[in-house]
Each structure stands twice: as C-alpha cells, then as structure tokens.
Design a protein around this ligand. Structure first.
Ligand code: HEC
Ligand code: HEC
Length: 267
C-alpha cells in the first residue's frame, strides 16, 4: 500500500512537470503567433474588405481590380500609392479631381479594404502590412542595421546578397519572413561556407553558386572567387541562419518592406 502511494506521488510530480513543459511550449507558440499577427492583417479584415470592395469599389475598378488604366489593385500596381497609409488616404480623400470620390468608411472597413488589396483579392491570402518607404530607408540604413551587411545601388558590403532589385523578385510575404524569421527563410544557395584548399588556405565566405565541379563564393574580404572542388581538402556548408530575427517593431518592419519594394534595379 505505502509503495503504491509513493508511485502515485511520482506520477503526479511527472504530470505536473509535463504540464509545465506544455505550458511553456504553448506559451512561446502563442507569442510567435501574435508576432506574425502584428505584421499581417487578419483573415476577418480581408473578408470585411472584400464586402466593402464589392459594394463600393468594384463598380469602377472591376471585380479583378484592373478596369482603370495603369492600375491593377489585385496585383498591387498603382500610380502614386506606395504604403498602406497612401491607400487609406486615396480612399478617404478621393483622387483624380473627383473621378474617384471620397469615401467615408469606418476604420475597420478602411483597414479591411487595404487588407483585401494587399491579400491580392484572395480571401485566404496573406496580407502583409506595407509602410512608408522613406521611413523604411532610414531604418534600413540606421536602427535596423541592414546596411551593415547588405549592399544597395552600389553602396555597402558584399557579404550578404545585394538588394538593389529585391522588390522586383520577392513578394512582401517573403521579404517579411526573411526579416522576422530568418531561420525559416534561409535560401538554399546563400549559405555561409568554410573551405580549406590543398595549399592549406582557409577561406570563410558566402556561397553564391555551385555546379558539379566548381563553387563560387564571396570571401570575408569581399572578393569573388571561383574554386575547383577537386582542389579542396574540406568544404563545410552551414545550416545556421545568417542573422538574428530583427528587433524592429511591426510598424518599423512594415516601413522597411515598403522601402525594399521600391528597390527594382532601375536607377
Ligand atoms: C467612381 C469610380 C471609382 C470608385 C467607386 C472607386 N475608385 Fe479608386 N480610382 C478611380 C479612378 C478614376 C482612379 C485613378 C486616379 C488617377 O488617375 O490617378 C482611382 C484610383 C485608385 C487607386 C490608386 C491611386 C494611385 O495613385 O495609385 C486606389 C488605391 C483606389 N482607387 C482604390 C479604390 C478603393 C479601395 C475604392 C473603394 C473604396 C475605390 N477606389 C473606388 C475611380 C474610382
Ligand atoms: C549580419 C548580417 C545581416 C544583417 C544585419 C541583415 N541581413 Fe539580410 N541577409 C543576410 C544574409 C547572409 C542573407 C542571405 C542568406 C539568407 O537568406 O538568410 C540575407 C538575406 C536577406 C534577404 C533575402 C534576399 C533574397 O534574395 O531573397 C532580405 C530581403 C534581407 N536579407 C533583408 C534584410 C533586412 C531588411 C535587414 C535589416 C532589418 C537585414 N537583411 C539584415 C545578412 C544580413
């Protein structure tokens, strides 16, 4: 009998232990979920926006958002608009000397219609918040420390990918993932490497390209080098994320994304 009791006690302790583990696990999961939520519009917002759009906007812009020349709302092609606040402004003040009237929407409706546009008119889509490119540029160069590693339009180091045309090749969602959760966004080719050659040179750098016989890297002195694999004694490719998740706030990340989207390789 006393034996059974102590077994029960141990069981209880184990249960409490497992429970506290679960709590801490779920605790962090909730945190991560909130993080993503801060950077994106909710599906409720997208849905509310879809109703507003059908009732108030589709008449002129069309169900696919492409009826007005030079503008495709679904694909995010605008004349002057860049940030989410720009869209809010156009909707609440009107545009083109009254050809688009001003709308008096409630704040949820206004955010909803922005979310619907950012989600590409897809009720199940991802609607990333897009902020002010000018603020984003100064965050990129200052507090965000992005320019410590990245090169833009000929300025900055080569140790990380050149971002001069990143806005033309990546979606807002992919940019956001790289900034907020770099470990999940690591590009297969862009990895840190450590190489030892036959003549005993150790080279640390970042892989740019690779084929069966050669590998191209940029080394720690920012030199581009092409190495023949047969000449290598060791070749290690790191799986570690290349940087920490940013400490910028969700509004600041939105501004940086706004800036990155303006980088389209045209100067
Ligand atoms: C009566 C017609 C009409 C309605 C209704 C209308 N628009 Fe427009 N919208 C226009 C016209 C015309 C333009 C082009 C302005 C220009 O030439 O710069 C425009 C431009 C825009 C732009 C792009 C501005 C730019 O500079 O890139 C956005 C965004 C936009 N509309 C969103 C909306 C939304 C959201 C709604 C519904 C809440 C809406 N519009 C309803 C006629 C309309
Ligand atoms: C410590 C150096 C470092 C810092 C700081 C840094 N990055 Fe990066 N970043 C990298 C490296 C290395 C890669 C390539 C490997 C990868 O994808 O993670 C990269 C990849 C990227 C990519 C993906 C490029 C592509 O082709 O898709 C984007 C976008 C990006 N960084 C933006 C930023 C922004 C914005 C900031 C500032 C908030 C920043 N980075 C800060 C090193 C850095």
């Amino acid at each position: 009998m006393p034996m059974n009791k102590s077994v029960e006690k141990i069981n209880l302790q184990a249960k409490v232990f497992i429970l506290s583990c679960l709590v801490s696990l779920f605790g962090t999961q909730v945190l991560v979920a909130q993080e993503a939520g801060d950077h994106q519009y909710t599906s409720e917002a997208i849905e509310a926006g879809s109703r507003v759009y059908t009732q108030q906007c589709a008449l002129c812009h069309g169900p696919q958002g492409d009826l007005i020349d030079g503008i495709n709302l679904r694909l995010g092609q605008f004349r002057n608009v860049q940030s989410d606040d720009d869209i809010r402004m156009v909707v609440s003040q009107g545009a083109a000397a009254g050809r688009m009237p001003a709308f008096d929407l409630r704040p949820e409706e206004l955010s909803g219609v922005v979310a619907y546009i950012r989600a590409g008119f897809d009720p199940e889509g991802v609607a990333v918040k897009i902020g002010d490119p000018l603020r984003g540029k100064s965050l990129f160069e200052g507090k965000g420390e992005c320019a410590d590693c990245h090169r833009v339009n000929g300025v900055g180091p080569r140790t990380a990918p050149d971002l001069s045309s990143i806005g033309a090749i990546r979606t807002p969602a992919s940019l956001q993932r790289n900034i907020v959760d770099p470990a999940s966004a690591l590009l297969p080719i862009n990895r840190a490497v450590r190489i030892v050659t036959r003549n005993e040179e150790t080279i640390v750098g970042r892989r740019l390209n690779e084929d069966t016989y050669t590998v191209q890297i940029v080394d720690s002195q920012e030199r581009l080098r092409s190495l023949i694999k047969a000449d290598l004694v060791s070749y290690e490719i790191s799986d570690a994320p290349s940087k920490q998740a940013t400490t910028l706030s969700s509004d600041e990340v939105a501004d940086v994304i706004g800036y990155l989207l303006t980088l389209r390789g045209l100067r």
